[in-house]
Design a protein around this ligand. Structure first.
Ligand code: DX5
Ligand code: ZN
Length: 236
């Protein structure tokens, strides 16, 4: 029998677990199935979709995301760095993905799109670039399952972590805690064993890591290492 105090403690413990989402942008695209299985101990697989317009890079689209969903054991977290997500995000939501992130600077009707994605059974996530403020999201926070804070300018893996995004992350975590929401905070860009404690201390609980995982000789070990370092530093 669990009394209300222990269930509160259990709830807090559940909220506190750090999730690691390796980005396949740093995987070997010619050996994608092998590289997806190399991260079986992760919590999500992060798939970066870029369109040569919203960001100066081009990656992959629906047919490949569909195959990743079929081949991977992990929930698939799609990060859309594309123009007109209002038009295209629902197409990705049909493929069997777990979550879809779309960018503040690209969408016209974020609430409508989030509701549409949720209506399709997919987690709705809103992404902000380094120069975009997080405060305008506060009034519509409960429309989203996760907020993605970019800790590099989007477009490429292997860039240097922007520590100046941690104030934003902390203000968002404080707002989520104050209102008792379950919203996840994802950070993406430059997350590694040397920055994991910084993002977790600021209140991020979903960590994307591309080069730090796939650039390691043992990706599974790198995932455990980043998760342990972040877990020890997490403060909600
Ligand atoms: C960058 C992508 C990231 C990228 C992260 O625009 O959104 O997901 O793969 O790569 P690292 O971890 O190497 O910074
Ligand atoms: Zn990403």
């Amino acid at each position: 029998m669990i009394d209300s105090r222990s269930s509160f403690v259990l709830l807090r413990m559940a909220r506190m677990s750090i999730q690691i989402a390796p980005s396949i942008l740093s995987a070997d695209f010619a050996n994608l199935e092998r590289d997806l299985h190399a991260i079986d101990n992760a919590d999500l697989v992060h798939v970066d979709v870029m369109d040569h317009h919203f960001v100066p890079n081009l990656t992959l689209g629906e047919p490949i995301v569909k195959r990743i969903c079929q081949v991977s054991e992990l929930p698939v977290d799609v990060h859309l760095m594309i123009e007109d997500p209002d038009r295209w995000a629902p197409e990705f939501a049909k493929l069997g993905v777990h979550s879809v992130s779309f960018h503040m600077g690209a969408t016209h009707a974020p609430v409508r799109l989030a509701r549409q994605l949720r209506g399709m059974g997919v987690k709705a996530c809103f992404a902000v670039r380094p120069a975009e403020p997080v405060e305008p999201i506060f009034d519509i926070l409960d429309e989203f399952d996760m907020i993605l804070i970019m800790t590099v300018e989007p477009g490429f893996g292997g860039q240097k972590f922007l520590a100046n995004q941690m104030g934003k992350t902390r203000r968002l975590r404080d707002e989520i805690t104050r209102r008792g929401l379950g919203t996840h905070i994802q950070v993406d860009g430059g997350v590694s064993p040397s920055t994991a404690h910084i993002v977790a201390e600021a209140g991020a609980d979903v960590l994307v890591a591309g080069s730090a995982v796939y650039g390691s000789p043992d990706p599974a070990k790198a995932i455990d290492n980043i998760r342990n370092l972040a877990q020890a530093a997490y403060k909600d």
